[in-house]
Design a protein around this ligand. Sequence first.
Ligand code: AMP
Length: 418
Amino acid sequence: MSFSSMGLNEALLRAVVSQGYTTPTAIQLQAIPTILAGHDLLAAAQTGTGKTAAFTLPLLQKLLDSGSVPKDQRKPRALVLTPTRELAVQVADSIRTYGRNVPIRTATIYGGAGMYPQIETLRRGVDIIVATPGRLLDHLERRTVDLSNVETLVLDEADRMLDMGFIRPIEQIISKLAAKRQNLLFSATFSNEIRKLAEGLLQSPQTIDIAPRNTAVDLVNQQICHVDKGNKKALLVHLIQRDQWGQVLIFMRTKHGADRLTRQLQQDGLRAVAIHGDKSQSQRTRALNDFKRGRANLLVATDVAARGLDIDALPHVVNFELPQVAEDYVHRIGRTGRAGLSGEALSLVSPDEVPQLQAIEQALKRSLPVMTETGFTLATPIKTSARAGKPHHRPRSKPGYSGRPQRSKRSSQRQSAR
Ligand code: AMP
């Protein structure tokens, strides 16, 4: 099926063509007709699958179908909730891109930015709000937004919103929406928590399960390098300089660690910028733009800040520190290997990180190939029980996360570290 046979109007199709898309992705093929037909939707799909266009295009079409409202009487008719500011900005950008030929107004509402410009935008009237839950709740409490006309709700990356402890704000926001509405829930995984949320929210939903994760992960060449903690930075700089790496996304566990490493890399004359939850929105936006436009070639990030980032053709991801939660490893390396391009993911593993490495290898159901770098080898090689006797093979089915900690522990780890 092509975009033109999906019931999208000519103005939207022109925008799709101008993006250079010729064929709908798997999630678009399934979600667009389902949403246009008015069904609630429970979709398992990660970033990288084309999921944003999968809900944005039919959302715009439905708003156009329901007719125009005078500008000053516009109350938001659709709401997209996202876990992070970066994802909110990306989704709003996509809405503006696909909606460039139609008179639909979108507001982006997130914390860390001034309240008053947002109030002014809302006051002038918008059709779609893309928001993070906390700030939208602030607006509801101040009565600077009225959501009673919202007839379409999209929860994007719902699993991450639950991980980040947004369930209460989400419930409070939902209670302010029109009772009769269409609900679309997108999540990378169908955990028990997601199913519970879906049961309470969705009416006879259609379910779509797109499992691109393995495709993305399969396209990423993953390696680990055992190295002393104190030698990690020197090894990283050595590899960047010797192999002339272009853009590199570097993951740290904590905000402090990200700041420290960024400073050290800058002191070595490298163009590094940091992105994490303690940075103001304008700092985060500037860092991301610098990285995307090549003014900086090293972006040092924590997990939450990097979630959902869509960076075209990112060739290298480095786990300077392994994540506490094995599942985050898959999210991290999924920043590369996107849109069918191959990518490299290197994890620098110090002896104290063996338990995290074991959890990751168990989750992936494979051991990761080890590379050695002359001058950086450990005096005593690391041997882990997970590595012993495990064949090197690519996972064929979804990675299982049997070894992951309980949700409450994961949430508290995330909240405190990032
Ligand atoms: P998303 O999963 O929404 O984050 O999208 C991932 C990337 O795929 C974005 O860079 C989109 O611009 C791109 N994309 C979305 N739909 C298509 C399509 N039908 N063909 C090619 N690329 C697409």
